[in-house]
Write a protein that binds this ligand. Structure first.
Ligand SMILES: [Fe+2]
Length: 292
């Protein structure tokens, strides 16, 4: 068993050296211990059964361990990029396990959340019987607020927006897991773009392009808008979408996940979008950023 590593080169102007990244997405890890509910343990067992009995899949933890060996053997690696859905659903046991997994990574992790980071077991509809077992939802509790603090520590202090400054280019992480860009995210992106450094933009949900739409259709029985960032016409989303396409934005490429298939294609003239397949398919994209 070995990782399925796809090599990608991104050329950026003004770089003083080459940079090397690994990109993974959609590990969909579930963990439940004795202290968790029966329903959470059942969900974990169902996930493990899926990963161990479906041809081509592997346990995400095993793929993670293989990736850690790969990175240890590749000392030029600058960082590991994770574009969300590390969790299959949120509970404290999974959070603790993923925090321990991150401690085994020999390089910095740059992580932006997906929709499953903000799922609780109730949202995972396996069977009505299972749902009845899971802890009740209180409509007054906003999961996005409740869970946020658990992710901030992994994501530069703010899961909604962070910047990693390499001096000659920036990697910016934006939380678009619920598909809506906030005015604050938009302002902060514009502020970074005004620095006139190339930007690699990490998000969970990919942006519209003809070639990406074909990937959605091929993998999700038609054009399921859930897999497109531009799935609504909100003025802020339109402004964001226009901005990352404009030459003035300095956004050179989008790095994303969510659709559970690998894709590389232009989303605007001269601007590429790179989407990774799930880690549980042992897919890893190795990105070399070179000067042009
Ligand atoms: Fe997702």
């Amino acid at each position: 068993m070995k990782l399925n590593i796809e090599n990608t080169t991104i050329k950026l102007p003004g770089l003083k050296r080459e940079y090397h990244f690994y990109h993974i997405t959609d590990a969909h890890i579930t963990h439940a211990g004795a202290q968790d509910s029966e329903a959470e343990r059942i969900l974990m067992e169902k996930d493990i059964e899926k990963y161990t009995t479906t041809p081509g899949l592997t346990l995400p933890g095993e793929a993670w361990d293989m990736l850690m060996e790969q990175i240890k053997d590749d000392p030029a690696t600058d960082a590991l990029l994770i574009t969300g859905d590390m969790f299959n659903f949120f509970n404290l046991s999974t959070h603790r396990m993923i925090r321990d997994m991150f401690k085994t990574c020999p390089v910095e992790i740059l992580y932006t959340p997906g929709n499953h980071e903000f799922c609780n077991p109730v949202d995972v509809a396996y069977t009505p019987e299972l749902q009845a077992l899971v802890r009740p939802t209180d409509p007054a509790l906003d999961i996005h607020v409740m869970y946020h603090k658990f992710y901030d520590e992994f994501m530069g202090g703010d899961a909604d927006f962070w910047v990693r400054d390499y001096g000659d280019f920036l990697i910016v992480g934006i939380n678009n897991e619920d598909h809506d860009i906030t005015p604050s995210q938009m302002d902060r992106l514009k502020e970074q773009a005004s620095r006139n450094l190339p930007i690699l933009l990490m998000m969970h949900v990919g942006v519209r392009s003809d070639s990406y739409i074909e990937v959605i259709k091929a993998n999700w029985q038609g054009l399921n808008m859930y897999f497109l960032f531009e799935n609504n016409d909100s003025p802020m989303n339109k402004a964001f979408s226009d901005f990352i396409r404009s030459p003035e934005s300095n956004v050179a490429a989008v790095i994303a996940g969510h659709v559970h298939a690998a894709h590389a294609g232009e989303y605007a003239p001269g601007k590429m979008q790179y989407i990774a397949a799930p880690l549980y398919e042992k897919y890893v994209r190795k990105i070399t950023v070179t000067p042009c």
